[in-house]
Write a protein that binds this ligand. Structure first.
Ligand SMILES: NC(=O)c1ccc[n+]([C@@H]2O[C@H](COP(=O)([O-])OP(=O)(O)OC[C@H]3O[C@@H](n4cnc5c(N)ncnc54)[C@H](OP(=O)(O)O)[C@@H]3O)[C@@H](O)[C@H]2O)c1
Length: 389
């Protein structure tokens, strides 16, 4: 029998791909989508846009909007009262507030933990629920695990420290799911860092890609270029999740990651960018220690003895491409947490996923697949992106 799905976050980067991929699966009948919107017609428009984005077919009889907001007090009751939803078999919870900025911490907790609890309370009442898919993140491992391959069973670990509140809430989310539902109804998928799309088209979101555009702009990078980075394209993540959903699985939690074999480095990504944007200063990875000095330069307070003065060619270049040094301050504020993550050198073991024999193979490393869309870096407004990291 065909399955009915309820999905959250389908207007987002990953959720949009998941919605389109699920709509193409033979196993799927109706897909109910929780959408934030002022009216039903606007909700339909938002969902249609998800399909139009890459020219996919939108079937209004199959894709059904459910107006709602994870911040809404009465969300559980509203979902419980909706008779349409009684036949839901799968819930895919992809919605989250993914902000790294501390100014959104309260909202991040409210959406990622309290919002999830509302969906979970409703899910407990569903008679036909088979699987609750929680889209987590591999970065819940926190910041103590560095420069090594991390396995699924190492998380969640309540003792670990987090760089940003977001990863803490995603960790707590996994704990909440286990409190509300029995193991046999849970599937936890933990993508690593989702960077762009491996297909030669505009990805649904420039999240993370804007950091590459910023590095391309600066060329002098305050990080160690040789550290391994675990990045995967959104189409790979969506494909793996949909395949796992309908497979007989051996495990409850899966990394969806590059693993060691397909990991990349900033240095390799820099090489790819350099080839696509010739004629600019060469990439130079000068180490994380230099971040503070770059911030001081942006405030015109750089010490004369700073090693950053050895890179005069780059400082002159920055003066020539920026209206004022304050622009660097904006970029650095946005980049800071991302560079901190990059410096951790975390690689997430993907052998569980690859061993499932569901047709998910090793992804290509990011510096290879990103060639397909590297030209898009010039479309990204890096200053706007840095203000909303
Ligand atoms: N991107 C990554 O690198 C990455 C890596 C690992 C894991 N993940 C996980 O993957 C999932 C999707 O991330 P993403 O990058 O696709 O995020 P995204 O593009 O920011 O999308 C977030 C989605 O959540 C919805 N949402 C946010 N607040 C909501 C609320 N109050 N009520 C209802 N819906 C709300 C958004 O709806 P609106 O359109 O209305 O704003 C949007 O559809 C998240 O759970 C994230 O933790 C992402």
């Amino acid at each position: 029998m065909k399955k009915n799905i309820f999905i959250t976050g389908s207007t987002g980067f990953l959720g949009g791909e998941l919605l389109v991929d699920l709509s193409k699966r033979n196993e799927v009948d109706k897909i109910y989508c929780l959408v934030r919107s002022g009216s039903k017609s606007k909700a339909v428009q938002r969902l249609k846009k998800v399909f139009d984005f890459h020219g996919d077919l939108f079937d209004p009889n199959k894709i059904i909007p459910i107006q709602g907001d994870l911040a809404q007090e009465d969300l559980t009751e509203t979902l419980c009262e909706n008779k349409l939803l009684e036949d839901v078999n799968y819930i895919v919870h992809s919605a989250a507030n993914t902000s790294f900025s501390p100014i959104y911490d309260k909202m991040v907790v409210d959406i990622n933990i309290h919002g999830l609890q509302k969906i979970l309370s409703w899910s407990q009442k569903l008679k036909h629920l088979e699987t609750f898919v929680y889209v987590g993140t591999a970065t819940i491992c926190g910041k103590e695990a560095t420069h090594r391959v991390i396995k699924e069973d190492e998380s969640p670990n309540l003792n670990t420290e987090h760089i940003v509140k977001y990863t803490y809430t995603k960790m707590q989310g996994e704990i909440e799911v286990a409190k509300y539902l029995p193991k046999e109804k849970i599937l936890i998928v933990r993508p690593s860092i989702i960077l762009g799309d491996s297909r030669p088209w505009v990805p649904r979101s420039y999240v993370i890609m804007w950091t590459l555009a910023t590095l391309n702009f600066l060329r002098l990078v305050p990080s160690n270029g040789k550290i391994l980075l675990d990045m995967v394209p959104v189409d790979y993540v969506s494909d793996a999740i949909t395949k796992l959903m309908f497979a007989k699985r051996k495990h409850l939690v899966y990394h969806i990651s590059s693993g060691e074999k397909a990991a990349t480095t900033s240095f390799d990504i820099g090489n790819t960018i350099e080839k696509a944007f010739p004629g600019l200063p060469k990439f130079n990875f000068v180490g994380y220690d230099m971040l503070n000095d770059m911030k001081l330069w942006s405030k015109k307070r750089l010490n004369k003895d700073s090693k950053l003065n050895n890179y005069k060619e780059y400082l002159d270049y920055w003066n020539s491409i920026m209206e004022n040094t304050g622009q660097l301050r904006i970029l650095m504020a946005g980049l800071d947490p991302y560079i901190e993550f990059m410096e951790l050198g975390q690689v997430f073991d993907n052998s569980r996923l690859l061993e499932e024999e569901i047709g998910v193979v090793q992804p290509k490393p990011a510096h290879q697949y990103i060639k397909n869309s590297i030209h898009l870096l010039k479309e990204i407004d890096i200053f706007e992106a840095a203000l909303e990291p």
